[in-house]
Design a protein around this ligand. Structure first.
Ligand SMILES: O=P(O)(O)O[C@H]1O[C@H](CO)[C@@H](O)[C@H]1O
Ligand SMILES: O=c1cc[nH]c(=O)[nH]1
Length: 242
């Protein structure tokens, strides 16, 4: 059933969706890794494609930037398109000496400064976490393919250009590895709708020493993470989840 943001029909989208923030990264993944590709959405240039990865149907669709955008697209995929699993693949800024440029992080949890959880009227603070089955699968695949991956907490922020110079340090003091902008909304939508989500990242910026990757590397230079997400999706689909 089409939505205001997605023209796909029911059945056009696979059970597992890989979600980069950037539509051009979605196109790159479809062009490079999927066979028999059909594009199911380009509303607002949020490209979405379904194709075959090795022997498994997988979709890839952009989330856009920020929690409101991820909130809309992941909610619609879970609620209206019967998607069971979403794996976010993003760039992130390192705030820990455990991870540097090009390193991969698997987000076991995601702290946030966003108000997204307010809608649930919880009598406390919610801790958004990854689906253990997807996380475990990704971690095992990372070992199998020799792709080093650090598992830990990230922070999903509403603010890319933060006015507070102590912001990153405060999260870093709590052992948080990296900063990004969407995973908390994804993890909360998955929890609320009884679905599965995982976020993984390639470090594109080292926020402690100011080093960063180029625009081209952010669009197309994340092949280890892309392969890890696709192999995780494939194994998870074949195994019927964990
Ligand atoms: O590379 P993506 O997936 O867009 O993720 C990160 O990059 C954007 C900021 O440059 C934010 O969306 C942040 O979460
Ligand atoms: O949200 C993000 C993503 C990449 N790099 C950052 O510094 N922040």
């Amino acid at each position: 059933m089409p939505t205001p943001h997605n023209t796909a029909n029911t059945g056009d989208i696979a059970k597992t969706v890989i979600m980069p923030g950037d539509p051009l990264r979605a196109k790159y993944i479809a062009d490079t890794y999927l066979d028999n590709v059909v594009r199911f959405n380009n509303v607002r240039n949020i490209y979405g494609y379904t194709g075959v990865y090795r022997d498994v149907d997988i979709s890839v669709m952009a989330s856009g930037m920020g929690m409101p955008s991820m909130g809309i697209y992941s909610y619609e995929l879970f609620k209206y398109y019967d998607v069971d699993n979403i794996i976010r693949i993003g760039s992130a800024g390192s705030i820990s000496d455990k991870v540097d440029l090009r390193d991969i992080v698997l987000a076991i949890g995601t702290s946030t400064d966003s108000n997204y959880a307010k809608q649930y009227n919880l009598p406390g603070t919610y801790a958004p976490v990854a689906d253990f089955g997807l996380l475990n699968c990704a971690y095992e695949q990372s070992k199998l393919y020799g792709i080093a991956a650090e598992v830990g907490n990230v922070v999903s922020t509403d603010v890319f250009y933060n006015d507070n110079p102590e912001y990153n340090k405060a999260w870093s003091n709590m052992g948080v590895l990296a900063v990004e902008m969407e995973s908390a909304a994804l993890y909360m939508n998955a929890a609320r709708l009884s679905k599965n989500a995982l976020a993984m990242f390639t470090i594109s910026d080292n926020l402690m020493n100011g080093q960063s990757l180029s625009v081209e590397e952010r669009q197309e230079g994340f092949d280890d993470m892309i392969k890890l997400s696709l192999e995780t999706a494939r194994l998870y689909n074949i195994g019927g989840g964990v």
